[in-house]
Design a protein around this ligand. Structure first.
Ligand SMILES: [Zn+2]
Length: 597
């Protein structure tokens, strides 16, 4: 049996089988079922989103021998012939190849005659914008006074090029690009029917690569099936598409947050083994940062249309909004300059390192406080203060001199005053700062769980270690870079004699390699001062226990809440706010010591 390409084999035969375009289908179904038919329909949208498919289904709905309805029988000779493209009363024209006025005349000459077999004579004109001006005039005459037995179904990728006179006589439907999620689900359904195994992330990749077009997605799927020889795995698909593995992207952002240059360079090194298109890494990073920024402003608006909702929400909490903006800017610039770099790899490495080099510093151990007026008047004075002020959220040991010296790094004061009083404002601000500096600490020290955890002196014993002690053990291990990130996404399964088994979340399994495994094994051996054998199993982690990564995320969120609370209730802050009629920008409060894992 000859192989039939998927796009043909799975071309929808009814509205129910269509992927996406629900808004258009609903209107058409209502019109068909309630007998409210128009004589000319125009379908617009980019290539491969289903314009001619909908038009062909509509032609069946109109001509099915069982009667006009939104669900044609699919069995009668009209349905079958339309399906096979040989129904005499469905006249399909590709306007791109028949632009001349004679062609259109010839086509429309027969309009007056009744259909030979069907109920309606259906003209399906694809790429209708390609018709010449004269042809449009000929068409327009018919559209103005259409015989009752004629329906026009026009399709175009470029409705702007249609004369307004034609547009105004058509019922227009604009088809949308499909989201990667819709495409992914559609491909998943097809592969299940075809009994072809696939990894979900592999399908997400095709979904993203198809850029909204189902037809392109199916073409890619066809090629991928022959490329992968059997099962469609994530790794093979990224190889096939030359795209960056999403996990690498997430780890890159992890490394940015942790300001871990070593992990970043290791990741690039890893990617370069797969001979990737480096430019696509920057593209992927740009679109990820864009979604991240949107998620920070409207978290409830974030959908899973790209399959990365979980990761975005995690990162959105950890990365200050201004850093996201900065990284975006740097990535954009880096992409522009990629062609000028000696080679793509060094270009991308420099771009990433630049992100770290320019990451706002001065934050560690000091919160950045921004006081801003509540209305939108321009600010007149921004005061950079170098003097000390007691830290508001604090530290495990408030007694020491060092801790007392902790400063509010930047106090930005915006007032409602006019520029001419700038100096006065500045003075007042300085006075206030002096008062604050002189005053005693009033805030309660906050325990920093992440920090404490890291500096823990608890020494675990190999013999009686339990899975729930993994986070503690993790913080005692000497790990860095990707290896540390991988270990952070593990859980401890069991220890039998000198064999330790970890479970690694499948979402991170792609970055695991022998080198990493050896490093973790060595770190564990060093910790327990005994030669151990490490086994890492990859699975979907569904345990109640937290991975170190999940632990860190939870703690960070808790610390953020505490910091905000303490800050808002701090007397000094209250004084500042009062004196300058300021308000606190909620996003400007950061807990102390942003931690690496
Ligand atoms: Zn039928």
């Amino acid at each position: 049996m000859s192989y039939q390409v998927l796009a043909r084999k799975w071309r929808p035969r009814s509205f129910k089988e269509m992927a996406g375009q629900g808004h258009v289908l609903k209107t058409l179904i209502n019109a068909l079922d309630n007998d409210r038919l128009h004589h000319a329909y125009l379908f617009t949208g980019t290539r491969g989103v289903g314009k001619t498919t909908i038009a062909r289904i509509l032609a069946r709905c109109l001509n099915c021998e069982e009667g006009v309805s939104s669900e044609p029988c699919g069995k009668c000779s009209a349905c079958v012939e339309i399906e096979e493209g040989r129904f005499i009363d469905l006249i399909e024209v590709d306007a791109a190849s028949r632009t001349k006025v004679e062609d259109t005349r010839e086509l429309l000459d027969n309009v007056q005659y009744a259909p030979s077999r069907g109920r309606f004579k259906v003209y399906l004109i694809d790429e209708v914008h390609m018709l010449s001006g004269h042809s449009f005039n000929a068409l327009l005459k018919t559209l103005e006074e259409p015989p009752p037995h004629v329906k026009f179904l026009l399709a175009t990728t470029d409705p702007q090029k249609l004369p307004v006179t034609v547009l105004s006589r058509c019922l227009q439907f604009s088809l949308k690009n499909l989201s990667p999620e819709m495409i992914m689900n559609h491909l998943k359904f097809i592969l299940e029917q075809e009994k072809i195994e696939s990894e979900e992330e592999a399908l997400w990749q095709i979904g993203r690569a198809a850029k909204g077009s189902v037809r392109d997605a199916l073409t890619l799927l066809d090629q991928a099936i022959s490329f992968c020889d059997g099962k469609l795995t994530d790794a093979e698909i990224s190889n096939f598409l030359g795209t960056i593995d999403q996990t690498i992207l997430y780890l890159l952002v992890d490394a940015l947050i942790a300001e871990d240059a070593q992990a970043m360079l290791e990741l690039i090194n890893k990617v370069s083994d797969q001979a990737p298109d480096f430019a696509s890494i920057l593209e992927a990073l740009l679109s990820y940062l864009h979604r991240l920024a949107v998620a920070q402003v409207v978290p409830e608006g974030l959908d899973n249309s790209q399959g990365d909702k979980k990761q975005i929400l995690g990162h959105a909490n950890l990365l200050p909004a201004e850093n996201v903006q900065l990284y975006y800017q740097i990535a954009l610039k880096g992409r522009e300059e990629l062609a000028l770099a000696v080679d793509d790899r060094s270009g991308i490495e420099m771009t990433l390192l630049r992100m770290l080099a320019f990451t706002p510093k001065g934050v560690p151990n000091k919160p950045t406080v921004a006081l801003a007026q509540s209305d939108d008047e321009p600010s007149v004075g921004a005061i950079e203060d170098t003097g000390s002020a007691e830290n508001v959220s604090s530290t495990t040991n408030p007694e020491t001199e060092v801790e007392k010296k902790k400063t509010l790094e930047t106090i930005e004061v915006k007032t409602q005053s006019k520029p001419s009083v700038e100096d006065a404002v500045k003075e007042t601000a300085e006075e206030t700062l002096e008062e604050i500096t002189e005053s005693k600490p009033q805030s309660t020290p906050i325990e920093d769980p992440v920090n404490n955890h890291e500096s823990t002196d608890i020494k675990l014993n190999l013999k009686d270690i339990k899975p729930d002690q993994w986070v503690t053990l993790f913080y005692g291990l000497n790990l860095s870079g990707i290896t540390r990130s991988i270990a952070a996404h593990c859980l401890l399964k069991n220890v039998v004699d000198k064999n330790i088994t970890l479970a690694l979340d499948v979402s991170h399994s792609k970055v695991l390699n022998e080198g990493c495994q050896e490093k973790i094994e060595k770190a564990l051996s060093d910790y327990f001062e005994s030669k151990l054998v490490l086994n890492i199993e990859q699975e979907e982690l569904a345990s109640e226990l937290e991975t170190p990564a999940a632990y860190r995320l939870r703690k960070q969120q808790e610390r953020q809440l505490i910091a905000e609370e303490v800050f808002k209730n701090d007397d000094n802050v209250k004084t500042l706010v009062e004196r300058f009629e300021g308000s606190i920008l909620p996003d400007s409060i950061e807990p102390l010591t942003p931690e690496d894992y």
